[in-house]
Ligand binder design. Structure first.
Ligand SMILES: *Cc1c(COP(=O)(O)O)cnc(C)c1O
Length: 484
């Protein structure tokens, strides 16, 4: 019965899988309990993990149990606990236990949906799960969906499709040496850095991404967008696309989609909407306003791995002109030709990546396990917790809120009495954040707004409750008092 460790050839035996699998699930269930007592932010020093591990792989196989023991002893202390209820940094992750189980299942059945024939189930479930999500958002069927790993990958594809529409010859001839003017792409000053990286990746040139100033509530100004496009046209550039953001990364502001869509339509620009974080909230009727106008976009993306309880990674990309995207990327070598090709969707055609994971499974499992009402209830709880926190900030003269709270992120800072605007106030807040994170109870991150160092309190973890929110606030007030 103790058939442990690898045989001379072949895989782990089914009996060993049963035994080790049970142990692993037991371990995970325990970890989700006891890890709460460990610091949210890992306390290891740089290099410590590497130093604790041998420099070369073992020649002889080792029992799974021993490997797991080393995982716990060496690697667990180096885990930043994204699924800890005290995690309030950046945007929290979309962890949920059913999602994690689905990810294991996806790997266990080892599907690779490059062609329909290499996984009819993964190919067709992707259609179904994305249609469910699109319907929950109330957006038209004209948006065809595809799953990518990240929103960063999605924006590269959106801009590549936009370019293919304007200049299909780029696919064959490249960008240089045939008299094509430089393309220009526009986004708000608060847009995510993935837009910059997309411009760099596609060879558009970083300086050809123009960041448009925002209004007093951090939303892109459509009048300045229109002016920038006009100016670029006069200067001989070829305006290509605008990226609007629903839920900017620093402050979760929402660009005015209807007005931006109007400018894009008038100017012939592709409109890509980056709703990576806040798009999920639009399944709540009270947040639907945030994507008003999205139906006029050419493409949009939202990340169920950010705020829809789907473990990393799963980014849902939708496009009205997926045929254009396919035209930009489709290329079928002889060895991938199949007889059913005309009647099916081969997912390798909708992007530059050939092999792809069976990601749709975890989205489908999460949507079914919680149900749309269950997801809405959890999102509403996060909105409530963020407003509760914002209310405490507003009521305390030692703190101030520096941006509206449309969703579940509160941007704020400490303002000790008698300390004026400037470097020392920024340093005070930086120190406050460092002390708070050192406490190990919570993890918050920061941003900079108009030269001000600002703390971000981002609720989004499925395990977060009012207890952790209150704990974070109490700790912040104590530390601010002690620092003064
Ligand atoms: C997080 C974020 C991204 C990047 O997401 P990835 O999926 O990690 O590439 C892009 N845009 C916005 C607005 C984001 O908040």
């Amino acid at each position: 019965m103790k058939n442990r460790g690898a045989g001379p050839v072949g895989d782990m035996s089914p009996d060993e899988l049963r035994e080790e699998g049970r142990r692993l699930v037991e371990w995970v269930a325990g970890y989700l309990q006891w890890s709460l007592k460990n610091p949210v932010l890992s306390r290891v020093r740089p290099g410590a993990i590497r130093a604790a591990l041998p420099a070369a792989a073992p020649e002889e196989g080792e029992p799974f149990e021993r490997i797991l023991a080393d995982f716990e002893r060496i690697l667990v202390p180096g885990l930043t606990q994204w699924n800890h209820p005290g995690y309030f940094a950046y945007f929290p992750c979309g962890f949920s236990t059913p999602g994690a189980l689905a990810d294991f299942l996806s790997t266990a059945v080892s599907q690779q949906a490059m062609l329909w024939r290499t996984s009819p189930a993964a190919t067709e479930l992707e259609d179904v799960a994305l249609a469910w999500l699109r319907r929950a958002l109330g957006l038209p069927d004209a948006f065809e969906g595809v799953i990518y790993d990240t929103a960063s990958t999605a924006v590269v594809h959106a801009l590549a499709a936009a370019r293919h529409e304007k200049a299909p010859e780029v696919r064959t001839r490249g960008l240089a040496g045939h008299g094509l003017p430089a393309f220009r792409v526009y986004c708000s000053e608060h847009a995510h850095s993935s837009v910059d990286k997309a411009a760099i990746t596609l060879g558009l040139g970083h300086e050809n991404l123009r960041r448009i100033p925002a209004d007093g509530e951090f939303r892109m100004r459509p009048d300045l967008l229109a002016a920038a496009v006009d100016e670029d046209r006069r200067a001989g550039y070829l305006p290509l696309a605008a990226v609007a953001t629903v839920g900017t990364t620093s402050v979760t502001s929402v660009d005015p989609l209807p007005a931006i869509a109007e400018v894009c339509a008038r100017q012939g620009l592709w409109l890509h909407v980056d709703a990576a974080y806040a798009g999920a909230a639009a399944i709540l009727p009270e947040c639907r306003w945030a994507i008003e106008g999205m139906e006029r976009a050419d493409s949009f993306v939202l990340n169920p791995h950010k705020w829809m309880f789907t473990p990393f990674d799963l980014s849902a990309f939708y496009c009205r002109k997926m045929d254009l995207l396919r035209a930009a990327f489709q290329l079928t070598p002889e060895y991938l030709k199949t007889s059913e090709a005309p009647e099916v969707r081969n997912l390798m055609d909708t992007g530059f990546q050939l092999g792809r994971r069976f990601r749709a499974l975890k989205l489908w499992v999460v949507l079914r396990y919680f149900g749309l009402e269950g997801i809405r209830a959890r999102l509403r709880e996060h909105l409530r917790l963020a407003r509760l926190f914002a209310g405490w900030v507003d009521a305390d003269p030692g703190f101030e809120r520096v941006a509206p709270v449309p969703f579940s992120v509160v941007c704020f800072r400490a303002v000790p009495r008698g300390m004026g605007e400037g470097a020392s106030l920024n340093a005070f807040n930086e120190r406050l954040l460092a002390d708070l994170n050192d406490s190990g109870e919570v993890f918050l991150s920061h941003t900079s707004l108009g030269g001000r160092y600002v703390l971000r309190f981002a609720v989004g973890n499925i395990r977060t409750t009012e207890t952790e929110v209150r704990g974070a606030w109490d700790r912040l007030r104590d530390l601010a008092r002690a620092l003064r």
